[in-house]
Design a protein. Structure first.
Length: 158
């Protein structure tokens, strides 16, 4: 364990020499699936993410100061707030020392956020992480035009 010396060069121990750590998913919550322009139209990505994380912390209580980080995945990132994870941390009043980050990998953003958080735990960089993802498709102009056209509505495109 630790650092092995080879000649005059120090190299970190091989991964196989490190103790095995496994991340465990304790539980999850979600907001309901709704049609665009429905009951949640006025809620943006931050509001939806904040509601989901608030529900998670209510269901699985943990001291906020024990949270090491929050990783959030999103595809439709609002231009004014590109780091949704950080905004959720601040919105919930989680201590500002807690890292908040955002990943964007198209349709796999939420899953990528979860695997990123799990990797941080398995590397030993964190003990407790919150991870998830989401978008507000009602707030995306190009999606709005597509939905109107797909539903038989008028489209500004010929």
């Amino acid at each position: 364990m630790g650092i092995k010396k080879s000649n005059s060069t120090s190299m970190p121990a091989r991964k196989s020499d490190r103790p095995l750590r496994r991340a465990v998913i304790i539980g999850g919550v979600r907001t309901p699936f709704l049609r665009s322009f429905g009951a949640f139209t006025k809620l943006d990505t931050i509001a939806l993410g904040t509601a989901a994380v608030k529900g998670l912390l209510r269901r699985y209580p943990v001291e906020q100061r024990e949270i090491d980080g929050l990783t959030w995945g999103g595809v439709i990132l609002p231009s004014a707030y590109s780091n949704i994870g950080r905004e959720i941390v601040l919105e919930l009043g989680i201590p500002p020392e807690v890292e908040g980050s955002t990943v964007s990998r198209v349709c796999t953003s939420g899953l990528f956020a979860i695997t990123t958080a799990a990797a941080a735990i398995e590397r030993g960089d964190a003990e407790i992480m919150i991870a998830g993802g989401g978008d507000s498709t009602s707030k995306c102009l190009s999606h709005t035009l597509y939905i109107e056209d797909a539903c038989g509505g008028s489209s500004p495109y010929p």
